[in-house]
Design a protein around this ligand. Structure first.
Ligand code: GTQ
Length: 347
């Protein structure tokens, strides 16, 4: 009970004491906390430096194999909740490492995962019988309950940022996971199959969606997304809040590429500063090129290449590019829109 409980008139306290054994409680003591007037995030804005994290990630590479670890990841812990394995209220994030010759064994789970590749070096991810090679800047999706394994047959380590909606799934107490008997799944489709079928502005004549609500394109390569963004940046006016932003789209329905996680790619020209905005989604940013300064709640956070930044829900934020920058952002906005609770404000 709240500290106010000690100041309660004895009659009320006696009443509350008689309610408790029946698993009943007075709403009026907790109403303000349950129905707040506006969001007040428990999380903190933060930047993880890749330069600091990488040597420790490589140390983990010598400490245990990817197979032993199942997934060898340094979790990005929001400093406001150590031990929570959360980057925001709903999202998990981490830096994952695959060493040369290793396989992170095939498994599947209810949580959806995204990968933003930092050091691809020829590593691969296989999803539902199709393999895709990982290159820096590629946005790769593992759909809910899709089998996936990761590996590297070349001689260099592979590193990427993972983003999973597992705290949403766990909140609903709806999480399942299985392991495959074999370490790697059998490939049943040629590399590039999904893109040929769904990613050329065309689609199969018989409507079908191999991953349900998730996009059938599971690798949005930087080789395609970067030139698209740059062409837009070079030929259209800049938005005062969004700079130049393209979102990743499910070609089957025009919605977000993932059912729960929204993802987009932004170019900020050197010196450009956005106006302030706030939104109900906590956002996590991976800097792919250049450097940005984020002003969140009156504090400034600087993030350079391969650093990860997070801004909690409903914080006023502004961004400035100290160098020409390309940044990838993910958040739970796709889920919030489906639940009709997403809100934003712009100055
Ligand atoms: O690659 O499947 O960072 O299952 C955490 C849980 C990655 C994965 C993570 C996972 C994965």
């Amino acid at each position: 009970m709240t500290s106010a409980a000690t100041d309660l008139p004895p009659v009320r306290k006696d009443f509350y004491d008689r309610l408790a054994p029946h698993s009943l409680a007075p709403l009026w003591e907790v109403l303000k906390g349950l129905v707040p007037t506006e969001p007040k995030s428990k999380f903190a804005p933060h930047v993880w430096s890749f330069a600091q994290a990488k040597p420790m990630l490589m140390e983990a590479g010598n400490l245990l194999t990817a197979e032993e670890a199942e997934r060898r990841v340094l979790v990005l812990e929001n400093p406001a909740m150590p031990g929570g394995s959360r980057v925001t209220a709903t999202m998990y994030a981490g830096y994952q490492l695959i060493m040369p010759g290793e396989i992170a064994p095939a498994h599947r789970h209810t949580a959806s995962a995204l990968r933003m590749v930092l050091e691809g070096n020829g590593g691969f991810t296989a999803v539902a019988g199709e393999k895709t090679v990982m290159q820096r800047g590629d946005f790769i999706i593992t759909p809910s309950m899709g089998w996936h394994d990761h590996g590297q047959e070349e001689h260099k380590p592979v590193i990427w940022v993972d983003g999973l909606d597992l705290h949403m799934v766990n909140f609903f107490e709806a999480a399942f996971m299985d392991h495959m008997n074999d370490k790697s799944q059998i490939l049943t489709k040629p590399e590039g199959f999904s893109v040929s079928q769904f990613g050329s502005g065309m689609g199969p004549m018989q409507p079908h969606s191999p991953f349900g609500l998730t996009s059938p394109i599971f690798n949005y390569t930087y080789a395609k997304s970067r030139p698209a963004l740059m062409q837009v940046a070079g030929s259209s006016p800049i938005d005062p809040h969004l700079a130049h932003t393209l979102r990743y789209v499910n070609p089957l329905d025009g919605g977000w590429a993932m059912p729960t996680i929204a993802t987009w790619l932004t170019h900020l020209p050197k010196g450009f500063e956005t106006r302030a905005s706030r939104s109900t989604d906590g956002q996590t940013i991976v800097v792919l090129e250049g450097e940005i300064a984020i002003e969140a709640d009156g504090r400034t956070f600087t993030a350079g290449e391969s650093d990860v930044a997070t801004i909690p829900a409903w914080y006023w934020k502004r961004m400035r590019a100290s160098k020409d920058a390309v940044i990838f952002t993910f958040s739970d906005r796709a889920a919030q829109e489906k639940l009709a609770i997403y809100r934003e404000e712009r100055q």
